[in-house]
Ligand binder design. Structure first.
Ligand code: HEC
Length: 191
């Protein structure tokens, strides 16, 4: 029998034991509370940046919460908000974090002279970055924005990473981006 498979299986069993131990500990303090606090939809709503007002009309609230969880824990803001933090709110300088809500996800971060991150807020028709949901998912999965000329591939954007997310998560990201404020393109792009 293949030993690496056996080792892998043993590691998996060990991981399962650790996980079940964690759940027993949690059970002592109330399993329901533990699961509740671990719920990504709830966490998603808790981490919507202060000052970003969501428009939930006509949106699926569960998806919006899950989408917020993915967007606000996956670095979208680092590249798609410029500057990422408000003055005095930069955690890298030891300041209490305050994200730049006024320009949240409106793009403008430059990567060299050629590439600037896109405004991914909803356009006038409510479509994030002007993309339909299927166009958005295609871009995240393949790196090709169907709005761009054939054969072009979106650069810098870590689509090879994000493209591995589940369909549910990508749908949720799109729903969250539909709910954030629509903003004009960043007027002062920079590195
Ligand atoms: C490392 C920086 C970086 C991160 C992280 C990042 N992006 Fe991007 N993204 C870019 C850049 C740069 C572009 C424009 C690329 C180009 O023009 O070739 C882009 C383009 C896009 C586009 C295409 C828009 C268009 O008009 O073509 C969408 C949609 C998008 N990003 C969504 C996201 C989402 C959602 C996340 C988080 C899950 C994210 N990005 C994370 C840098 C990033």
């Amino acid at each position: 029998m293949n030993t690496s498979w056996r080792t892998g299986r043993r590691a998996w069993l060990a991981a399962a034991l650790v996980a079940s131990a964690a759940v027993s500990v949690a059970a002592a303090g109330g399993l329901r509370d533990f699961l509740d606090s671990e719920n990504p939809v709830k966490r998603g709503y808790a981490i919507v940046p202060a000052g970003v007002v969501l428009n939930l009309a006509g949106k699926n609230r569960q998806l919006v919460g899950l989408g917020s969880y993915v967007v606000n824990t996956s670095g979208c803001v680092d590249c798609h908000s410029h500057p990422t933090y408000s003055p005095g709110g930069d955690p890298f300088k030891g300041e209490p974090e305050r994200l730049n809500a006024e320009e949240y996800l409106s793009g403008g971060r430059q990567f060299g002279p050629e590439i600037t991150s896109a405004n991914i807020t909803p356009d006038n028709a409510g479509k994030p970055a002007g993309l339909t949901r299927s166009e958005f998912i295609q871009m995240m999965r393949t790196g090709h924005n169907p709005k761009d000329p054939p054969g072009t591939i979106v650069q810098v954007m870590p689509w090879p990473v994000f493209g591995k997310k589940t369909e549910l998560e990508l749908i949720a990201v799109y729903e969250y981006l539909r709910a954030i404020p629509s903003l004009p393109d960043n007027t002062h792009p920079g590195p």
